[in-house]
Design a protein around this ligand. Structure first.
Ligand SMILES: [Zn+2]
Length: 460
């Protein structure tokens, strides 16, 4: 008798064997996948095996197919990808609220730079970054992109917190806390790359040229060349203020975006923070080169930098992520707040309620950010095969009741404090709102101690 053809095996004849996975998250009221179709699965589930998502789908189906070594009933919760913060200076949480409400130049020269001169050490960077990691994780951010000094210490903090991160060593043509002699900037950058702690692909090194007005053409060139050679992300603040755009125009006869283009800076491994003072030509140039932009509405508003032309960047097809910037110019690290602000700021500034739809903003905070940092197709959405970086929000709360549209709710109604669970690489880091791996009390105590010392020095 001939063997039956494979097509004759129906699921009812040959039931798929139940597969064992590390985690089975069942019965979530909604799974907002952030996949290409922006699918939301009602009463959904996620199966996690090691550091990957084994399956995402209806709860009933996954309950039949999988058996979890650990199970979690997420009735009353919404599951979504972990958020991606594309721009911050995590250690600056030590300066949260220091010298608020000053003009940018006075704030920088009278408050921040003097504070940095006396307080930025490897220990300060470690504890300040760790504190920020806890704040971000508690607010549902599982990946962040950083730029500061002594970034080896930031790498250790990201490792200890269990987060995914890109850590950019800051480079300026001026004395900085970790290279007081600017002529040693290159040696410092190379030493940073050589000694970057081996924490696997979850934590990656990067180089961060502060801005085109603090880094001359030769610095911008060698830093970008070094980034290319090592295949790492190049970061730069650009066109943040009107003053900067004018100064670069006067110095080089062109705006900051074409100036950096002449220097060969723009490609798909370059991330520009801010891009406020730009026009349509600039946006098209960035899109052509494949460069990404991090939009930071809170920081731009607090420092009165201006309103970035986000709809113009969107129309040009630029890769876009959202950022909090540092705690010194925000003063918190909550991307839910940034999503809400982004959607509303561009509507009101254009007098157009369709200018910046919620789904578009949600994609910026997830898949857009992932693409900007070089993790496209690996994080940012909930799909089988992606890294298991995800969060669960408690939606059984008055301010989230009722819920008609999960994606819209995430932009306009939720807060970072609604996040109760967070996994990175399949590892549970936040459980019921409590940090699993890190001593938050110790981190807060260390930063308070530093703040006290700084306050005394400033007072004296
Ligand atoms: Zn910044």
């Amino acid at each position: 008798m001939p063997a039956p053809s494979p097509a004759s095996y129906g699921p009812e004849l040959e039931p798929r064997p139940v597969e064992e996975v590390d985690w089975l998250l069942l019965n979530a009221d909604a799974v907002v996948t952030c996949d290409e179709a922006m699918r939301t699965i009602g009463v959904g589930a996620v199966a996690i095996q090691a550091d990957r998502l084994a399956a995402v789908g209806p709860s009933e189906e996954l309950a039949r197919r999988y058996r979890g070594r650990r199970n979690l009933d997420l009735r009353g919760y919404l599951l979504m990808p972990g958020l991606v913060n594309t721009h911050t200076h995590a250690a600056m949480s030590c300066f949260r609220g220091l010298g608020d409400d000053l003009p940018l130049d006075r704030w920088l020269h009278e408050v921040i730079f003097p504070a940095e001169r006396v307080s930025v050490t490897p220990e300060m960077v470690y504890w300040g970054t760790l504190l920020s990691c806890l704040e971000m994780l508690g607010n549902g951010i599982t990946t962040f992109c950083d730029g500061y000094f002594f970034e080896e210490s930031a790498a250790l903090a990201a490792r200890d917190a269990g987060m995914r991160a890109v850590l950019g060593q800051g480079i300026l043509d001026h004395p900085t806390p970790d290279h007081p002699d600017p002529s040693t900037a290159r040696t410092r950058a190379e030493a940073f790359l050589e000694s970057f702690p081996d924490v696997g692909d979850r934590v990656r090194p990067s180089l961060f040229c502060h801005a085109p007005y603090t880094c001359g053409p030769s610095t911008l060139r060698w830093v970008k060349d070094l980034c290319r050679e090592r295949d790492i992300l190049f970061q730069v603040h650009v066109s943040e203020t009107e003053w900067e755009a004018r100064a670069i125009q006067e110095m080089y006869g062109m705006g900051p975006i074409p100036h950096l283009d002449v220097l060969g800076v723009w490609d798909d491994r370059t991330l520009a923070a801010h891009a406020v003072w730009i026009d349509g030509d600039d946006a098209r140039l960035l899109a052509d080169r494949g460069a990404a932009v991090s939009h930071n509405p809170s920081s731009n508003m607090k420092l009165a930098s201006g309103v970035a032309p986000l709809p113009v960047l969107m129309e040009a097809g630029v890769t876009l992520g959202l950022g909090t910037d540092s705690c010194a110019s925000n003063n918190g690290l909550d991307l839910f707040r940034e999503m809400d602000l982004t959607a509303k700021l561009h509507k009101v500034s254009r007098l157009d309620p369709l200018a910046c739809p919620a789904r578009r903003v949600l994609r910026m905070a997830t898949v857009g950010g992932a693409a900007a940092l070089g993790w496209r197709g690996r994080i940012g959405s909930l799909e089988a095969g992606m890294k298991a970086d995800l969060i669960a929000l408690d939606i059984r709360q008055p301010h989230l009741t009722p819920m008609y549209d999960g994606a819209s709710h995430l932009v306009y109604a939720t807060r970072g404090s609604d996040v109760r669970y967070a996994w990175v690489d399949g590892r549970l880091l936040l459980e019921g709102g409590r940090f699993k791996e890190t001593d938050a009390v110790r981190a807060m105590a260390e930063v308070r101690k530093m703040a006290l010392t700084l306050a005394k020095r400033r007072g004296g």
